[in-house]
Design a protein around this ligand. Structure first.
Ligand code: ADP
Ligand code: MG
Length: 667
């Protein structure tokens, strides 16, 4: 059958597809491609079985509309014929069949026929085919999806397809005989694949095939309601056991084909899984019967064009009740006469291969694809089926054929997600700490600006105070009270100057003067400059590395002194002060460790802030660490404290680590 390329039977509504791979799993033709995380029905591979429509919980599969072709016919005002598939009693469970026929007439159809009579004719041809089979075996061609499937995916079986038209085509030919070829005929049934048949083989005889879902929509649009219409009968000829075609095995029954378990002339298989298997078994010659009846659905009553939610046996019962009902009223003589009248109707047809099989990858190519999904060893192939393919290997083949993506592998994707989440956590943590550092740096920078401004303004007047205090003290003569007082003024003014110069340091007003410095000498110098009380023991530890680094000697000396003074002040009852040097080829690291009181966690964030001190008035200025911070930053280094102030959590004490580049580049 041709024409399917241009008009896809089924399309995906992208917004609705949640990519559950349910349709991939259910598609017997492997006609669903996942690309860009979307399930797409490939028109040239689709056989129209409608399994994907049925299985999609999101209603993301859209069936091609036929009302667009049918309504204009009705609106034209000229006669139109309709034939309904034998499964109609299973769809219109709520409407007595005569009322249903009345509704079809009310909708505007001039002639209303049963496909069942076409099925009766077709059954007779099957009987004749089998009678003359002489050892040949056939696959029944009543299911259009099956026909498409064989033509495309088992093309060499085409010769085994029973060369008989479908009941729809048979019925259409009868109707043309009765009403003339100029009366257009449409079909209503449970089937999507019938739309392809009307595009292809039946295109000159059936204008369009609508589903029962569409027929209900047609009734709605045309305001046809069961309660408003009068009962009516189908136009003759009426069907007999052909009505059973809607049920699996109906063909065998209608054609009186023996499906005896011991010595069957015919066997049946239905549903998408058994259908694929049965065709394969037929191909392998494993089916010991003359006729295989295969249906893509579990009988037409379970077709994708149905809207009813009724279970399978309720539907089958509705059909068999109808057939029984008709049998009671059917005038057998009239029926036989009709059968005789159309006995000469040509109901034969041929089939042509339409090979759509895809080239399979080599063993190596499959292995390469599997390894890309982290499946290097056989035990990595979980065959969990989450991707929609029964095995990892089949998934890999589908990837090779461009039908699937590796992301469909759930275990692999979960694994990758887990790694990504871990990496995200880590980078989030890093970002958070960087942000803290930034906030801190910004705070210090703005304080630095303020401090620098004040320092600059205060420096000159202080110089004047200091100079005159010294001059006056010299004039006052030694050993006078005035001299002592003036000395005190000079001393305090000098202290102010030192604070101010500290502030300027902190504000990075001064320059860094880099020169090679031996850090061992530097530590010794710092030690000499610090007053050490009785109870404090001192340890100096130098790692055996190159002790020379490019630093501003005076400034780093000041940093070490500040940090060591703090350490000693934190040990009023004695303890141990340890100073270490170490590092790498790139870095020079100092560690100043004390066994003192420790820094309380709530103070940790403030210690580098200018004027933050926990020491009594007159003792601490709160500038030591602020200045040290500025100096270290100007050396492009880091100063980091770690501390424990809680005796319950272990020995208290603080470590200041000063980490500087060995070959500095001053800012
Ligand atoms: P100051 O020493 O003048 O108080 P610093 O800037 O040198 O100012 O230190 C700020 C504060 O940091 C100190 O008051 C003290 O609370 C805390 N601190 C610094 N070093 C230590 C340490 N080794 N042990 C305990 N606390 C410390
Ligand atoms: Mg200090």
């Amino acid at each position: 059958m041709t024409g399917m390329l241009a008009r896809p039977l089924i399309t995906t509504i992208r917004e609705r597809c949640r990519v559950c791979y349910g349709c991939v799993r259910e598609c017997p033709a492997k006609a669903i491609r996942i690309t860009g995380g979307q399930a797409e029905v490939m028109a040239d591979r689709c056989i129209g079985c409608g399994n994907c429509v049925q299985v999609c919980s999101q209603h993301a599969k859209q069936v091609r509309d036929s009302l667009g072709e049918i309504e204009p016919l009705l609106d034209a005002g000229t006669p139109v014929s309709i034939m309904v598939a034998p499964s109609f009693p299973a769809e219109f469970l709520d409407v007595p069949w005569k009322r249903f026929v009345g509704m079809l007439r009310a909708a505007g159809f001039t002639f209303v026929h049963e496909v069942a009579f076409g099925a009766d004719l077709v059954s007779e041809r099957y009987r004749q085919l089998l009678d003359g089979a002489a050892g040949r075996t056939y696959v029944a061609t009543t299911c259009p999806a099956l026909v498409e499937y064989v033509e495309r995916y088992h093309p060499h079986l085409v010769g085994s397809l029973a060369p008989i038209v479908s009941p729809m085509v048979a019925a259409a030919r009868v109707m043309r005989r009765i009403h003339g070829a100029e009366v257009p005929t449409v079909f209503a049934g449970p089937c999507i694949a019938k739309k392809a048949e009307t595009d292809g083989f039946a295109r000159d005889e059936v204008v369009a095939a609508m589903t029962f879902a569409e027929l209900r929509e047609l009734f709605r649009r045309r305001g046809v309601r069961a309660e408003d219409v009068v009962d009516s009968d189908f136009d003759p000829p009426h069907g007999a056991v052909g009505g059973l075609f809607a049920i699996t095995g109906g063909l065998l029954k209608a054609a009186a084909v023996d499906d005896d378990l011991v010595d069957a002339e015919g066997v049946t298989a239905d549903g998408h899984e058994r259908f694929v298997e049965a065709v394969k078994e037929f191909e392998a010659g494993a089916i010991p019967a003359a006729l295989l009846e295969v249906l893509a659905c579990q009988g037409c009553v379970m077709g994708p064009g149905m809207t009813t939610r009724a279970p399978r046996f309720t539907r089958q019962t509705a059909v068999s009740h109808y057939v029984k009902d008709r049998a009671v009223t059917l005038d057998e003589k009239v029926w036989r006469k009709a059968m005789r009248r159309y006995a000469g109707l040509d109901l034969s047809r041929g089939f042509a291969p339409d090979d759509r099989r895809l080239q399979g990858p080599t063993r190596e190519e499959i292995q390469a694809i599997l390894s890309r999904m982290g499946k290097d060893r056989p035990e990595d192939e979980l065959n969990c089926g989450a991707c929609g393919y029964p095995t990892c290997c089949e998934h890999a083949i589908a990837i090779h054929q461009g039908l699937a993506e590796s992301e469909m592998c759930l275990p692999w994707t979960i694994d990758r997600l887990r790694t990504t989440v871990g990496e995200l956590h880590e980078s989030h943590r890093q970002l958070a700490s960087t942000q803290d550092a930034l906030v801190h740096a910004e705070k210090l920078a703005s304080m630095g600006q303020l401090a620098a401004g004040i320092a600059h303004e205060v420096n000159n007047p202080l110089g004047v105070v200091l100079m005159y205090a010294h001059l006056l003290a010299d004039e006052a003569g030694k050993d006078t009270q005035l001299h002592t007082d003036l000395k005190l003024i000079a001393e305090q003014a000098d202290r102010c100057k030192r604070i101010v110069s500290g502030l300027l340091n902190f504000a990075r007003q001064s320059q860094v003067n880099l020169q090679p410095v031996n850090v061992r000498d530097l530590v010794d110098a710092a030690m000499r400059g610090v007053r050490r009380p009785e109870g404090v023991k001192v340890r100096v530890e130098h790692a055996s590395i190159d002790p020379v680094a490019e630093l501003d000697r005076d400034q780093i000396l000041q940093v070490l002194t500040n940090v060591m003074v703090n350490a000693i002040e934190a040990m009023p009852n004695g303890g141990t002060l340890t100073v270490r040097t170490g590092g790498t080829d790139e870095r020079m690291v100092f560690e100043v460790v004390d066994t003192g009181t420790g820094i309380r966690p709530d103070h940790m964030g403030k210690i580098f802030t200018p004027f933050f001190t926990t020491k009594p008035m007159g003792r601490g200025t709160g500038l030591g660490l602020a200045v040290s911070y500025g100096i270290v930053k100007m050396h492009r280094g880091e100063i980091t404290p770690t501390s424990n102030a809680d005796p319950a959590a272990g020995p208290t004490g603080t470590t200041f680590k000063i980490d500087l580049p060995r070959r500095g580049r001053a800012e």
